[in-house]
Design a protein around this ligand. Structure first.
Ligand SMILES: Nc1ncnc2c1ncn2[C@@H]1O[C@H](COP(=O)(O)OP(=O)(O)OP(=O)(O)O)[C@@H](O)[C@H]1O
Ligand SMILES: [Mg+2]
Length: 287
């Protein structure tokens, strides 16, 4: 596996693959890699001949009072982990000045209303940062496939919409959330949690599963499903930032009863971290 930092180095690798007609999958990350990231790399390598993993802690997607400066940066460990894993062809780890050559970006990519709901309410500039940097990565790598985790369901829906709206020639692939045995979704920010925090954090998924049990037993009222999640979180004194039932693709709040596939999504502060999780509830799907 080659590690590249500049665009010149990246283009050199890409042009040799293109001349060999190899397909390319991109896995964008912020590093501090865990088994969830590796699942994306595995899916990428099933889809395409060559896999580019990017690691870039994107300043544009952090708010002014967020954890940009404290965010874990473990590039040499990440590099060793990817090498051992054996499926990535190139690790692209640009510096901030490679990614933002003029300093502050004067151009941004805005998907609009979908970026303002759910996490967008507490993080009003976050998704503009994400869609701008992902657009830049798509231009740099021109991948055939781009792989994202369903843990970040809002991000995945926004990127799918952006790819449609801007006619990007890339197939967006979503990968199911990888979890700890407790149910806690793996996340780089889990390293902010104590053992006690991690126990309480496992109630995020427990609450989503409790709502799913009601749903599977026929409950279709989104308010009842949301209340079940909130009650479960209260058992360990957690107060969510939001719990919402939204349309899976456009993220609109469910109006009336659940009659199409929905995402039941939440964000919740736990200790020093702000965690997110979600599940899909599909009324057409019977187990
Ligand atoms: N547990 C997981 N299972 C599957 N994919 C995941 C998981 N966690 C993150 N991803 C995906 O990895 C990609 C890169 O995400 P990122 O580097 O922000 O990791 P993260 O764990 O979400 O970190 P953080 O908690 O700091 O946001 C995204 O597409 C994200 O959805
Ligand atoms: Mg993340």
């Amino acid at each position: 596996m080659e590690i590249v930092v500049t665009l010149e180095q990246l283009r050199e690798a890409l042009s040799s693959w293109r001349s060999e007609k190899k397909t390319i999958a991109l896995v964008p990350t912020m590093g501090a890699l865990h088994a969830g990231h590796l699942a994306l790399v595995e899916e990428a390598s099933r889809r395409a001949d060559r896999v580019v993993v990017s690691i870039f802690v994107n300043p544009l997607q952090f708010g002014p009072n967020e954890d940009f400066s404290q965010y874990p940066r473990t590039l040499s460990l990440d590099q060793a982990q990817l090498k051992r894993h054996g499926l990535a062809s190139v690790l692209f780890a640009p510096t901030v000045s490679v990614m933002y050559p003029s300093g502050a970006s004067r151009t941004t990519v805005v998907v609009g209303r979908m970026s303002e709901v759910l996490c967008g309410r507490a993080r009003p500039t976050h998704f503009v940062g994400v869609t701008t940097v992902v657009t830049k990565l798509f231009h740099m790598v021109q991948p055939d496939f781009a792989v994202f985790g369903q843990k970040d369901a809002q991000q995945l829906a926004i990127i799918r919409q952006m790819v449609l709206d801007l006619n990007f020639a890339v197939t967006v692939v979503g990968v199911p959330t990888v979890r700890e045995p407790s149910g806690l979704a793996l996340s780089s920010r889990n390293r902010y949690l104590s053992i006690e925090d991690k126990h309480r954090a496992s109630y995020l998924f427990r609450g989503l599963l409790a709502a799913k049990s009601l749903f599977d037993a026929g409950e279709r009222n989104p308010q009842v499903l949301v209340a079940q999640v909130i009650d479960t979180l209260h058992q360990v004194d957690l107060t969510p930032e939001y719990v919402e039932c939204v349309d899976r693709e456009l993220l609109d709040p469910v109006d009336g009863l659940v009659s199409r596939p929905v995402t039941l999504a939440l964000a919740c502060p736990v200790g020093a971290a702000r965690l997110i999780d979600n599940i899909t509830l599909d009324p057409g799907h019977h187990e």
